[in-house]
Design a protein around this ligand. Structure first.
Ligand code: SF4
Ligand code: SF4
Length: 391
């Protein structure tokens, strides 16, 4: 059976347009009654990376959040919402992103995203324990509301990656240290989806973020919403919209490998509006395979000449220290060397290239730079794949 993905043209966040598109999308998936039963407890999981004005496109837009609420409440569902932001309290983050105000209007409570229950999963030969927010486990089902954005580590942050926010607080950072390899981290994200099994994924791509996402990129109109029960197929469709080879996205590769979904075009039934009409090949994204950390011992001395590295633009840095706080490495791989008179300084030999600092900098002061040698390796690895242009 093919995975269904619904692609809908929606040019603005005007409430009625968003609601019409969502209603049409749900109908194309068989209607709400095929997905939910009256009285079920459903958790809404938006992307609340950190609190930002919705115009910055860091978070799921409040108009999408509101219209999803209206439609689901009409079905008699009991809603809650939650996420574990990269930094800051959920209440504050949700307010800055203007979701808290919508939730208050529709009397949607915050789910418990502070306490965790540990679940066993098999990751390769190892059994590991994953802490999941109690609020995500208490619900009968989850509706995941990812934002269409780029990502330094996984190329895109989409449907699969959105569930990382169901891991409470500092545990997320801890996982970056335990799984520094991009592929193993992607497998972890897939396992979280397999554990939580969101009922439905609705991606807000009306305004997306291109370039240096997920926090420092630029808003770009993609004018679409994507709906699916298969997050891998949804993310692969996002890739096709922006002319990105899905094989460059580790969460898609791991998702296929571990049976979460499919990225194969012939196994996806695309419904709704034609993809060709909504394609944006000029979308700024890295169109190359992500570089894995160098574990091959003989190459270790030149690791810093190969791996992409985060760099701080001293002109834009406001010395807030959020990047230092976000760094998951014990002892920190970046720190202030002279009070806060200068920007933090990196220790690249300790840096595991998780890019949490880049992700969390609210002032767009951190950029990812790939050294010349690393660029040659990426070009070599990209040969034979459909690398159409460098992002
Ligand atoms: S780089 Fe960004 S997060 Fe770090 S101190 Fe400067 S402004 Fe703050
Ligand atoms: S310095 Fe930045 S990229 Fe390096 S480990 Fe710390 S947060 Fe991750």
């Amino acid at each position: 059976m093919k995975s269904k993905v619904v692609l809908l043209h929606c040019p603005t966040y005007e409430g009625s347009k968003v609601e019409n598109a969502l209603t049409r999308g749900l109908d194309l998936l068989g209607g709400p009654s095929a997905l939910f039963r009256k009285g079920e407890k459903i958790l809404l999981k938006p992307n609340l990376l950190y609190g930002q004005n919705p115009q910055r496109c860091v978070t799921t837009h409040p108009a999408v959040f509101e219209r999803v609420i209206r439609i689901l409440q009409e079905q008699g569902l009991v809603l809650s919402f939650g996420d574990s932001p990269g930094y800051g309290k959920l209440t504050v983050t949700a307010k800055k992103a203007e979701l808290a105000q919508v939730a208050e209007q529709y009397q949607i409570p915050l789910a418990d995203f502070d306490s965790a229950q540990w679940k066993d999963v098999q990751l390769g030969p190892r059994t590991i324990q994953i802490p999941l927010a109690v609020g995500s486990l208490e619900a009968d089902g989850i509706v995941s509301l990812p934002k269409m954005k780029t990502h330094g580590l996984t190329r895109i942050t989409g449907a699969v990656k959105n569930q990382l926010g169901c891991v409470p607080g500092f545990h997320k950072a801890e996982f970056h240290v335990r799984f520094p390899n991009t592929d193993s981290f992607a497998s972890l994200l897939v396992q979280i989806n397999l554990l939580l099994k969101p009922r439905l994924y609705i991606m807000d791509g009306i305004m997306a973020m291109e370039g240096e996402g997920p926090g420092s990129g630029d808003p770009v109109p993609m004018e679409c919403l994507l709906l699916s029960q298969d997050p891998v197929a949804l993310d692969a469709t996002f890739c096709r919209l922006i002319d990105l080879d899905p094989r460059f996205v580790p969460t898609i590769q791991a998702g296929e490998r571990l049976g979460l979904g499919t990225a194969q075009e012939d196994k996806i039934e695309l419904l709704g509006d034609p993809l060709e009409r909504l394609k944006r090949p000029s979308f700024k994204v890295k169109r190359s395979p992500p570089v894995q950390d160098v574990t091959f011992r003989p190459l270790y001395p030149i690791r810093n000449l190969l791996l992409p590295q985060p760099r701080i633009d001293p002109e834009s840095c406001k010395r807030c220290g959020i990047c230092v706080e976000a760094c998951p490495v014990s002892g920190k791989a970046l720190s202030f060397s002279n009070g806060k008179t200068n920007p933090p300084v990196y220790d690249y030999s300790a840096c595991i290239r998780c890019f949490c600092c880049h992700e969390m900098c609210p002032h767009r002061a951190i950029h990812i730079h790939t050294p010349w040698l690393g660029q040659q390796v990426i070009r070599f690895l990209g040969r034979g794949r459909s690398v159409t242009k460098e992002g």
